[in-house]
Design a protein around this ligand. Structure first.
Ligand code: SAM
Length: 247
């Protein structure tokens, strides 16, 4: 299944909801970064956010993902924009990142911290930041306390750790972070930048793998999630959390 998910997403501009505008907006909240920051992008995929971070700062970006194919795409994109000297793709597992303590000024992760869970990510990555360093993550969050039953049931099974914004901010505070800002992704960041290109890919993906039940199941699952989330505007969605290490 995982191989089919990778095949379905290969070559898309983004592998999760987000937009260059939202990345730049969150970065603007990181006031006081060094002139040449050391930045780590966790679960970078094909590098949508790494490229923006490299363009918007003079920093060095270590871009980590566990899928070599996505990192190859990032390398090609970085070369095309003349950013390959400052973006360093690395195959690694976010659960066991191979870096020394206090190596980074800023850790970034769009649409990927859910893989280990919000609290686990905030705990494991804390020591990789210099004191008062910044952590910026986007995380699927409830935007209402009374979601429709179909959506509630879907995410209760798909992502049981999903919480509302207030609870995520409280968790961050209790885990040694100062919440500096947060904002939900706009509807466009879901439709134009992510689900639109993914949906457009589905017919050719289905046709190319018509005899493979696993490929069809991945297409079905993707279609179901797109339909649910397109109807979910204002009920749940990705929220950027901008946090600062305390101490
Ligand atoms: C939803 S995608 C987001 C990608 C990218 N941040 C973006 O917004 O386009 C999640 C990414 O996490 C990566 N990933 C999954 N498990 C991982 C792990 N254990 N360690 C590192 N990366 C992982 C996937 O390969 C994928 O690229």
């Amino acid at each position: 299944m995982m191989d089919w998910l990778i095949a379905l997403h290969a070559g898309l501009p983004r592998l999760g909801p987000g937009s260059d505008t939202a990345t730049r907006r969150a970065l603007a909240d990181c006031v006081g970064l060094p002139a040449v920051p050391e930045i780590l992008d966790v679960g970078c995929g094909s590098g949508a956010s790494s490229l923006v971070l490299a363009e918007a700062t003079a920093g060095r970006i270590t871009a980590v993902d566990r899928v070599p194919l996505f990192l190859r795409e990032l390398r090609i994109r970085a070369q095309a924009r003349g950013l390959d000297g400052r973006i360093h793709p690395l195959v690694a597992d976010m659960h066991a990142l191979p870096f020394r303590s206090a190596a980074f000024d800023l850790i970034w992760s769009e649409g990927a911290i859910y893989i280990m869970g919000f609290d686990a990510g905030l705990t494991h990555w804390h020591s990789l930041l210099r004191p008062r360093g910044w952590l910026v993550v986007s995380e699927l969050s409830w935007l209402t306390d009374h979601p429709p039953a179909d959506l509630r049931d879907y995410w209760r099974e798909g992502y049981p750790g999903m919480r509302n914004v207030a609870d995520n901010l409280a968790a961050a505070s209790s885990l040694g972070w100062e919440p500096v800002g947060h904002f939900p992704l706009s509807a466009d960041a879901w439709t134009i930048d992510y689900s639109g290109p993914l949906q457009a890919r589905l017919p050719s993906f289905r046709a190319a793998h018509a005899d493979d039940p696993d490929a069809q199941a991945v297409a079905d699952m993707t279609e179901q999630e797109i339909a649910l989330m397109t109807d979910a505007a204002g009920t749940c969605g990705y929220v950027f959390y901008i946090l600062r290490r305390i101490g």
